[in-house]
Write a protein that binds this ligand. Structure first.
Ligand code: MD6
Ligand code: FE
Length: 200
């Protein structure tokens, strides 16, 4: 396995998952999910997203970037839940807190193409992710898009850390297994990723 990749299955208990989903759903009321667009083409993304924290990752026809306000409401993003800040303290081994918690919302047919997370200047900080709700088929490759990949299922409560060399590895989500969880009303999947954007 590529150096710096960590898989922490069932990091969050079912009760913790329930509380975290309730908190996220509540925060999304004022910080709503929206559908971003792909740079250049403007094609709609398969996944809807929002953000929590002082910065949020947005994608539109002009490109990818971090910004302090929601593109639809113009308001600052909501706060990062304490459970997520505690997770970062526990697993990141980084001397400063995360600045962005990207909320990705998957429906039954949603997917996320193979990509690297490369829009942060603090490249020495890991990206830490939490899966909630339906299971997903996650694919992890290497530093080149053409490198061999391996696939694994991510279930609700699982945590993935891309640190070290794996921070620059290609990865994506090939499919969601609908009805594999009852955690989220309507049966979707939420993936939360914590990022440090700028060097402390
Ligand atoms: C997902 N995850 O699980 C997509 N990125 O829905 C990511 O793109 C990701 O899980 C960086 C670090 C961990 C991840
Ligand atoms: Fe990613």
């Amino acid at each position: 396995m590529i150096e710096g990749f960590r898989f922490l299955p069932e990091y969050f208990s079912p009760a913790q998952q329930k509380a975290l989903v309730a908190e996220i759903l509540s925060l999304l009321e004022t910080c709503p999910l929206y559908r971003g667009a792909m740079p250049r083409t403007g094609k709609a993304m398969s996944v809807r997203n929002s953000n929590l924290g002082p910065l949020g990752w947005v994608s539109d026809i002009k490109g990818y970037r971090y910004q302090p306000t929601h593109p639809a409401t113009g308001e600052p993003w909501g706060p990062i839940p304490k459970a997520m800040l505690d997770l970062w303290s526990d697993v990141s081994d980084y001397p400063a807190p995360p600045q962005a918690c990207l909320v990705n919302w998957y429906e039954a047919g949603s997917r996320l193409g193979l990509h690297i997370d490369a829009d942060e200047t603090a490249r020495d900080a890991p990206v830490v992710s939490v899966s909630l709700g339906s299971r997903a088929l996650f694919r992890l490759g290497g530093l080149e898009r053409s490198d061999p990949t391996s696939s694994m299922r991510l279930a609700s409560g699982d945590v993935v850390v891309l640190g070290g060399v794996s921070r620059r590895a290609y990865h994506g989500v090939d499919r969601i297994y609908p009805d594999s969880s009852t955690l989220i009303p309507g049966g979707g999947r939420i993936n939360l990723t914590l990022r440090r954007v700028t060097a402390p």
